[in-house]
Design a protein around this ligand. Sequence first.
Ligand code: SAH
Length: 276
Amino acid sequence: MHYAKKRFGQNFLVDTDVINRIVDCIQPQADDVMIEIGPGLGAMTKPLLARLNQLNVIELDRDIIPKLKKICIFADQENMRKLIVNEGDVLKFDFGRFFDEHPELTSGENGPEKKLRIVGNLPYNISTPVLFTLLKQRHLIQDMHFMLQKEVVDRIVAEPKNKLYGRLSVMLQTFCQAQSLFEVPPYAFEPAPKVNSAILRLQPDDRFEHQIHDFSAYEKLVRQAFSQRRKTLRNTLKNLCSAELIEQSGLSPKQRAEELSVADFVNLYRSIYPSS
Ligand code: SAH
């Protein structure tokens, strides 16, 4: 018996159709290096373990871990060997060290040969920090599948000029292909959340990777541009660059952040930080 803890964002998936649909979208292959964030009582963990040779999970709630293990091992004794539990906060998890501890995964100069596949029904109260933590470690990641609040997924995949287009859209779309896969209604969970949810797929790619050498500087530029949505770039970026510099990057100082494509943001960054 486990009472859901609100402070850990615990909403457990109970709808088998939804669970199967997510696992189908993930398409786990037996030798994938997969990490599940927040396994809870194993709704996703169990079907994932059935398809994988091994699964690492990161869980913050230490009370739930023995229950998770029991549930998974009850489903299949093999899971005793397959399931590797990391107790702790995903926001403090060092994915790089994970590779140090698994030297068989690390190969050449271009990072690990097998990259991480990350999945999870994320606690909604920390979803943005989790996404940024992972974005900073994108070089280690093959893809990510997350259950998130639908509104957050809509923001992430939004296009320029849409009212949901903002910092989250630009940051994630600069470094990843982002796709909203399907919606999940509140009654698929126990307890039911107040909001609709959706499944997001993120695939890091290197379209702009060689142009942005300082992630924090880029993040600051994007944040500042969107800090006052109704204002023009000339105003919002006043202390970062001149109107001439904005023009040099092929934009008008009269434009607003929401009109800029991801490529426009990258060009702007390149004008402001030419040496990097
Ligand atoms: N995956 C399960 C549970 C989802 S609820 C299911 O779909 O049913 C979210 C889970 O994330 C809970 O198990 C909660 O304890 C865990 N969690 C919350 N904050 C966390 C954090 N900072 N790091 C890792 N896990 C966390």
